[in-house]
Write a protein that binds this ligand. Sequence first.
Ligand code: IFM
Length: 460
Amino acid sequence: MSAVTDASGGPVALARRFPPDFAFGAATAAYQIEGAVADDGRGPSIWDTFSHTRGRTRNGETGDVACDHYHRWRSDLDLMAELGLRAYRFSIAWPRVQPEGRGPVNQAGLDFYDRLVDGLLERGIEPWLTLYHWDLPQALQDAGGWTDASLADRLAEYAGIVAGRLGDRVGRWITLNEPRTHAFIGHAVGRHAPGGHGWANGLRAAHHLHLAHAAAVRAIRTVAPEARIGVCHDIAHVIPASQSVDDAGAARRHDGAMHRWFLDPTFGRGYPSDMVEWYSSNGLLEGLDLAAVAGAEPIDFLAVNYYRRERIADVPVTPDWGIGSSVLSGVGESTGNGWEVWPDGLRAVLSRIQAEYGTIELAVTENGATYPDAIGADGSVEDAERRSYLARHVAALADARDEGVPVNAYFVWSLLDNFEWGEGYGARFGIVHVDFPTQRRTVKSSGRWYQELLGAADAR
Ligand code: IFM
């Protein structure tokens, strides 16, 4: 890590670069913050199983309590209002709504989100709802999970239930969060739940996630025709690690596997032919009806998560990583987990999507960084590096808008320090510090900076 400066010109000047109705917000996900895993009829999810399995997460940490948001949601909403958030992106825990992943609805689980949505609206905060952020009901995993095609029907059923209850008040719907992370990190390299292995397994999960997304869009539209619906992809700014032909090829494959394999079907183009060829030559697509993803349901906006630049080197293919690429970490200025900080990559990624896929409304639904924060002797958390990271990325977002890219929302990841999946509580991403033993929340200096930005945006 290196010391950084804020080249954004300060919050007031930055706020002036956005229109008055720009949706500045913060994001979270159910399993990462809610806790209360056995309350009010919630069933177990694959993340409960995975985190309770020895050796899967850092220090065996779990989301059993997390930020205890399930019990503290009112004061968390007050905190969002205090920060001046205009929008809040959260996810619904499927196993709270359908403990078995199918059939009967657990009304008590749905009631929680009903209250949450009303609480947001009372405070003037726009709800952005993600249906699926990786917490599959364990019962569905036991029946095959995402490697089974029937999950498309299951997700559609669940989507219809949630839209039927909340569609009158929630305008923004995101079907899936980062299907590529879920497919590959969860089903090919085994670092996330459900801990599956093998690249073919990951591709199978990705295929069914595509089909499930399309089925969920149809289900939401049936019950909430006014809903604006999108899907969330995480897109890095990819470059070859060197000028060698091999690294250039690896970078192209990496981008193909991580981005185009998801963006192309989302925009109705089917799978990219270069990657179909690559995988077919390795026998990785057997048994998949590839044509099924072509002509996908149109979406209203694309949700983009952006964190970093990735320098890609060519490496041998392995059974768990079928693309022969490696992301070099810790090069240049980097965050606490070694991700390269490259603010202009956000502009580049947004502008690339517009250039390659046409004009569609874009929303940055996650952007943020982890650093080893500490509470100072005076009780404050001075996270100058995160503040600078955010300021420079918001400036890059304004640059994208200046280029004519229709991006209308920005969400910091994350509102709160939370359960960072396999990293447990070891990677803090929040603009609000959480002292997990006491659950005390302390707004970090990055949070105060964001509050100032949002205040300046409101004053326009
Ligand atoms: O915490 C995750 C989030 O759940 C999905 N996107 C990336 C974040 C940071 O790793």
